[in-house]
Design a protein. Structure first.
Length: 335
């Protein structure tokens, strides 16, 4: 590791916020996708479980995305500028999806319209929940692809570079698979007391593990073609084998816990599994915010700005962490 230690500290904080968003907000997106995929004789009960699980906390989970964005434009303004220009189209799609999803969920759950209008809002909520993770993956894939080129701080490759590649779309579908996996595992626990409903999401969670593994392989294959530098880091970096082995072990443990109906432990292991996937991607970027031309050492960091921001963030966490813990304690934990 070379360069300014402060830049690496800030990058680490951003990385933790990204993981927190994936494990909370990502699961909310996955729950909305299960609303779309609800089927069988218990389809309506499946949708009700999704709504009951999401409703108390979905707004709070977006705080992690806000932290990521604020720290990016505060700490790495040059990188933020490049990302906002080169990837503004998929970013706009993400923002539209988040707004549509939130508005539709509110109108469906609390609106005064009749059944047809509520059903329409339900479809908007479900489709926005399923498509927004794909667009998030397009942003990540575009920034990782190596196709966005920056010269003297200016983007030289246009507005379609990187995120329109098969690699970026595979990342988007992989992100969706991980989000629906998280949601399915979480919902097995939330369905406690309803064995039939638990079995619905247990079977789906097991299927999602297979699907996620397939998309992981496809993403790796496309990375070898469309993002060779990223793929090389996955193969040859000293951390690569341990992280991949731990990810595989966590996936197998999740499957084992689902198979034996130990849903609390399944939730723990799936959190580890998905968190390691995000960590592996972050390590493969090796300090680049946009591969290969925007590294954190040349991303516009100003120590005089970042130091007080980090201290304020640490102080705010003293209030935020207990408040979030209480929120989850009240609404999410089961006796």
């Amino acid at each position: 590791m070379t360069g300014d230690p402060l830049a690496w500290v800030l990058l680490g904080v951003i990385g933790l916020a990204v993981i927190a968003y994936v494990l909370t907000g990502g699961a909310d997106f996955g729950g909305g996708a299960w609303d779309l995929f609800a089927s069988g004789p218990r389809a309506e009960r499946q949708r009700e479980l999704v709504e009951d699980s999401i409703a108390p906390i979905w707004e709070a989970n977006h705080i992690w995305m806000i932290v990521v964005v604020v720290l990016m434009f505060t700490g790495f303004p040059d990188a933020f500028s490049v990302i906002a220009i080169a990837l503004h189209l998929p970013i706009v799609l993400v923002l539209v999806g988040i707004v549509l999803r939130g508005a539709a969920f509110t109108f469906r759950s609390y609106g005064l319209q009749g059944a047809p209008e509520r059903e329409l809002w339900g479809r908007v909520f479900a489709w926005a929940s399923a498509l927004t993770p794909v667009c998030l993956g397009l942003v990540i894939g575009g920034a990782s692809s190596g196709a966005i080129r920056v010269v003297d701080g200016h983007v030289r490759t246009g507005f379609l570079a990187g995120w329109t590649t098969p690699f970026a779309f595979s990342v988007g579908l992989f992100a969706l698979a991980l989000f629906v996996l998280l949601a399915a595992v979480y919902l097995t626990r939330d369905a406690s007391g309803d064995v039939a409903l638990q079995d619905d999401f247990r079977r789906r969670a097991l299927a999602c593990e297979v699907v996620a593994g397939g998309f992981a392989a496809i993403t790796a294959w496309r990375a070898s073609i469309d993002a060779p530098e990223l793929f090389d880091a996955f193969l040859h970096a000293p951390w690569s084998l341990p992280v991949q082995a731990l990810t595989a072990a966590a996936a197998l443990a999740t499957i084992a816990m689902l198979w034996t109906r130990r849903f609390g432990l399944a939730r723990v292991f799936v959190v580890v599994q998905v968190g390691l996937v995000v960590l592996g991607w972050g390590l493969a970027m090796d300090g680049h915010l946009v591969h290969p031309d925007v590294h954190i050492d040349a991303a516009g960091l100003r120590a005089s700005v970042v130091r007080p921001v980090l201290w304020i963030l640490a102080g705010g966490s003293v209030l935020l962490a207990p408040a979030l813990w209480l929120l989850y304690r009240v609404f999410k934990l089961r006796d």
